[in-house]
Design a protein around this ligand. Structure first.
Ligand SMILES: Nc1ncnc2c1ncn2[C@@H]1O[C@H](COP(=O)(O)OP(=O)(O)OP(=O)(O)O)[C@@H](O)[C@H]1O
Ligand SMILES: [Mg+2]
Length: 424
């Protein structure tokens, strides 16, 4: 978390380039920093399509007060120190250029309070120069305000689009990062009006429905080592596609074209081993080359067909071929059933799960259901555990047993991966 100035030999290995083309790119950089800072809530405010004002406020771990001036220096990053670090990267940023680039072409106010400090610090910067700083009281986290982007580069300012156009680009960036980070709460206010207020979601489909304001369907398919999760709007009409590789929004012309053939809104999350993806072919870190692209396209085709088949009334009774079932992993102490479902690892209480099952499916009353149910400590066959898990998906009340006790505890896999230093 401490900010270092990269040595020249490291800097020269990093493809730098003009990162800030306009308000949307600026917002993207600020959001990525907030996500990297482990924020669980991020609030955005823009005025005049972001041309007049962009503000990103987060509750992440903050920047140590004495490092704050460094944060806007070229090559200032807490994310890598050495060339080896470059190879093991799982953050959005690493060049230490974004804040610097933005500060050079705007009036910026940055406030931050580090989680281990009692107060925050505020810097006012104009055209890259710190013009004032002071101590401020604030909650832990960081707030960056960007006024008048390109105020001192009139040519570039004149190349910006209309307010409407820039606002649409801002929404796109905002939606991409919100779709990619379902566990983070996001809010966006534009021209003084709340446009998005997105609660933490339980899975990718939930988040997609919240962000895109459509009923959506989830399909997941795997052809190792590639896994595809597709979230498709039930209604066609509006065409919009979002592509993510290993949790990051990316561009890949061919795949996006393929997604567009669906005709509705498509959100596609690909999991591919990092060694099969070249993320850094583009200085903006968005255009990717995928080595198994053909295989990915085949998988997408299959997934679209499934969706098609599934929606035909004659086949509606058929069990869907794609897996919406929790994946049984094991049983701990003859008491806790462990399963993977969507983006979570679930720990079910076997007694409560069985009780809910008997209550809802066999129509037993609470007490009877409790009595006949599998007890904690009782040895279950894998088959029974699987049956209980399949039953759980169909339950009306998936959260608690008839007496109101919680059925499960779950862990977001992204969190788990993060703890292991991996990208989910
Ligand atoms: N919202 C934030 N919360 C905590 N630390 C932040 C935040 N924004 C910036 N920082 C700190 O400032 C440093 C510089 O940020 P900047 O975006 O310029 O570089 P970077 O994210 O390291 O790399 P990149 O140029 O690829 O974005 C970060 O490495 C981080 O330590
Ligand atoms: Mg950054």
């Amino acid at each position: 978390m401490r900010i270092n100035l990269l040595p020249e030999e490291v800097k020269s290995h990093i493809s730098s380039g003009e990162v800030i083309d306009g308000p949307a790119e600026c917002l993207k950089e600020l959001l990525e920093n907030s996500i990297d800072a482990n924020a669980t809530r991020i609030e955005v405010e823009i005025l005049k399509g972001g041309k007049r004002y962009i503000c990103v406020k987060d509750n992440g771990y903050g920047i140590p007060s004495e490092d704050l001036p460094k944060a806007i220096m070229s090559g200032a990053t807490s994310k890598i120190r050495t060339l080896e670090d470059l190879q093991n990267l799982n953050t959005y940023g690493y060049r230490g250029e974004a804040l610097h680039a933005i500060s050079l072409v705007s009036r910026m106010v940055i406030r931050s309070r580090f989680y281990q400090e009692e107060t925050g610090r505020e810097l006012r910067i104009e055209g890259g120069k710190v013009i004032a700083q002071r101590e401020v009281g604030m909650p832990v986290g960081t707030q960056v305000e960007v006024y008048d982007l390109f105020y001192n580069v009139p040519v570039r300012r004149s190349f910006l689009g209309s307010e409407d156009k820039e606002r649409r680009r801002i929404y796109r960036v905002f939606k991409e990062l919100a779709l990619a980070n379902p566990h983070i709460a996001f809010r966006l206010e534009a021209e003084g009006r709340e446009v998005f207020n997105i609660k933490p979601a339980k899975d990718l489909r939930d988040r997609s429905e919240d962000v895109l304001r459509q009923k959506m369907e989830y399909i997941s398919l795997e052809d190792p080592p590639v896994r595809v999760e597709l979230i498709l709007s039930l209604e066609k009409g509006k065409r919009e596609s979002y592509l993510f590789v290993n949790g990051r929004p990316v561009q890949n012309k061919k795949l996006i074209e393929h997604l567009k053939t669906y005709g509705g809104i498509t959100v596609c999350h690909l999991q591919i081993p990092p060694y099969l993806v070249d993320v850094n072919v583009h200085p903006k870190k968005t255009e990717v080359k995928i080595h198994l692209e053909g295989r990915v396209r085949e998988l997408l085709k299959k997934a679209f067909n499934l969706r098609h088949k599934h929606s035909l009334p004659t086949l509606a009774q058929e069990k869907p071929e794609y897996s919406l079932e929790p994946e049984f992993i094991g049983i701990i102490d003859n008491t806790v059933i462990v399963a993977k479902y969507g983006d979570y690892l679930y720990f079910f209480d076997q007694h409560l799960l069985s009780e809910s099952y008997n209550y809802e499916f066999k129509g037993l009353n609470e007490d009877k259901a409790c009595k006949v149910s599998i007890k904690a400590g009782e040895r279950l066959s894998v088959q029974t555990a699987r049956e209980l898990l399949r039953g759980w998906v169909q339950l009306k009340n998936k959260e608690s047993c008839p007496h109101g006790r919680t059925l499960y505890y779950r862990v977001y896999l992204g969190e788990l991966y993060k703890k292991l230093g991996r990208v989910y």
